[in-house]
Ligand binder design. Sequence first.
Ligand code: ADP
Length: 462
Amino acid sequence: MIWTVKSPATKKVIGTLDETPLERAEDLYDNANKAFLTWSGLSISERVHFLQKLRLSIVEQLDDIVKVIHDSTGKVAVEALTTEVMTVVDSISHIEKRAAAALKTRKVKTPITFIGKSSYIEYKPRGTVLVISPWNFPFQLSMIPIVEALVAGNAVILKPSEITPMVGVLIEQLFEQAGFPAGLLQVAHGGKELGAALVKGKPDFIHFTGSVRTGKIIQAEAAKQLIPTLLELGGKDPMIVCADANMERAVQGAIWGAFTNSGQVCMSVERVYVDKSIYQKFVDRLVQETQALKQGIAADSDIGSMTFPQQTAIIKAHVKDALEKGAELIAGDHPDQWKDGQMFIEPMILTKVDHGMAIMQEETFGPVLPVMPFETEEEAIALANDTRFGLNASVWTADLDRGKRIVSRLISGNAVINDVIITVANPYLPYGGAKEGGIGAYHGDVGMQNFCVQTAVMVDKG
Ligand code: ADP
């Protein structure tokens, strides 16, 4: 079936593609399993040779790639460049060193009772990795798991989001241009039925990024076949601003953390807790800066459009629930003023919020920031931890010991002191969530090892 794709921001047609029939799932696995036999026999530096060609292709076609991402998502072009394309380029730049360090065979101690024996751990590729990716960062969240899975020696099948399918077509072309062996990276274009068929098709590992709801469905299905999974799910990330924080930096951090990609970021700042003594000043500055943001698709815009129309209904429900329970909207349009199908949602600030409101408990995934005062460090930590999620968190203070003390008590897969989100951009740090934030991590040594089977070996000289 031919699929016609429109831009969420302009509603103009941006491309067409062929949907992959469900019956193709078996062929895809056959091709991948064949490609795996040769690829897994190459050394890391031989694999990196192909990846560096891919990196070069990306750099040579930066403008075209940025355009496809921008047209597909409605995010502003500079965001597509910095948070998606450059993050991928950076990740590939470091890939050889990272893979060599993470995947090298490790000698470990052997207890004296096993006299004469030696021990080591070896990391081997798993086979065919199924990567299922979402629409909010369709390039980055497809490419980074693909690159890590490939360098570890696996073959990959990518099922990109049906909301941004032209990015999947782009990825397919980039791998073709870089001359990767046939069948090593295949892209399956389709929706959740195709995703489900691919999960049932017996991958050796599943790397999923998306909603908690779908993550649970995939985990349940994978459990039936005992397929190992890595799940990158949702967030309700807190930001704690202490009285001694650099106010201007914290305000800018909150703005960027909450409104980049119109808040459609699993690690976006979704709640701010501010020390009571600086609360009013912080809120006033936040409102000024929020109202100064420029929204649109022009090159100098700060914020683009929403990508997924249904998301606006969730944002609306959360904001209205908060307003009905006593919150105050002090920046942005009231949801009742939004037009049907409106994709540019003005950034909003909410005050007088509490944890009885959905806006403080559920993932909103939109350009809305609730702000709440706190009196003691203890209270701030308790509020930050009062959530089903645990993906990222940030603490803002001039006292780094205090920052580290607070971070050590937050239940969160990632945390930042005096900045937001950035842990994901450091390929040496593992990235993954606690609680409903997800299971497992990629990036870093541990992340790279997750794409491998670990064999523990003990040797007797005989
Ligand atoms: P979002 O993209 O809003 O986070 P989802 O979690 O539903 O939403 O989608 C993420 C990815 O998971 C998409 O590529 C989607 O097609 C895929 N997907 C959705 N449902 C399933 C399913 N039951 N099995 C496999 N993949 C699925």
